[in-house]
Ligand binder design. Structure first.
Ligand SMILES: C[S@@+](CC[C@H](N)C(=O)[O-])C[C@H]1O[C@@H](n2cnc3c(N)ncnc32)[C@H](O)[C@@H]1O
Length: 218
């Protein structure tokens, strides 16, 4: 894939040294799970941007075995954690792009991805870092191209400030419309859901998650 030209939206890409088992999975299993150059025709596709440790991606893949669930994440230890779950649970419908999701998205065919998930993106709270937030108008345009009309973009955040930012971008988006009737729509997680390590930690700190389900306009 071509070198990225995106402003970096993620933090570290490497944590503690991988265990021998995780290193083996990175060497042997990860290459087998590369995103195929041609997506299988007739198979519904979901993409999770920044899957962290992969808890939600695993729950989705298990709940929707007919769907191909693609995850993109640059953090090596998160990818290794997901590989362990895939091996332990014998999951066959996950594909992984270890790197910037935007590079992958730019290479995917038009209207090919029914569901896009962006769950708890890095909040970059400092004013000088706001430009690093992955959700911006360029990102919405990037994913709009790969989603068919009626495609779903599922967002989540536990930063009040990022929630406002998301809604402001959606309000001005020609590509997406936020679907919300009443407050349960942003208080309740989607039907298929798995609380991640990240979500557990921030909930314990008193932060409240918000969920925004959006539709790709016609
Ligand atoms: C706060 S964590 C949340 C992880 C996970 N979604 C969860 O809910 O537990 C944000 C994640 O997004 C990833 N990330 C940030 N920018 C990204 C990008 N451009 N492409 C793919 N992943 C990205 C980070 O590496 C990090 O793992």
């Amino acid at each position: 894939m071509e070198a990225q030209a995106f402003l970096r939206s993620f933090g570290r890409v490497r944590g503690k040294t991988l265990s021998p088992r995780k290193q083996r999975l990175m060497d042997e299993l990860l290459p087998k799970l590369a995103v195929p150059k041609a997506l299988p025709a007739g198979t519904p596709i979901a993409l999770e941007v920044g899957f962290g440790g992969g808890e939600h991606l695993v729950a989705m893949a298990k709940a929707r075995p007919e769907m191909l669930c693609i995850g993109a994440e640059p953090f090596e230890n998160g990818v290794a954690k997901l590989l362990c779950a895939i091996e332990e649970q014998g999951i066959a419908n996950i594909r992984i792009h270890m790197g910037d999701a935007r590079t992958l998205i730019a290479a995917l065919p038009d209207a090919s991805v029914q569901h896009v998930y962006l769950l708890f993106p890095d909040p970059w709270p400092k004013t000088k870092h706001l430009k690093r937030r992955i959700l911006n108008h360029d990102f919405l345009a990037l994913i709009a191209r790969i989603q068919p009309p009626g495609g779903i973009l599922q967002l989540a955040t536990d930063h009040a400030d990022y929630a406002v930012w998301m809604l402001e971008h959606l309000q001005h988006s020609t590509h997406y419309v936020w679907q919300a009737q009443d407050k349960r729509d942003w208080e309740d997680p989607p039907t298929i859901w798995a609380e991640t390590k990240y979500q557990r930690k921030t909930t314990a700190e008193g932060r409240v998650p918000m969920f925004f389900r959006c539709l790709r306009r016609d």
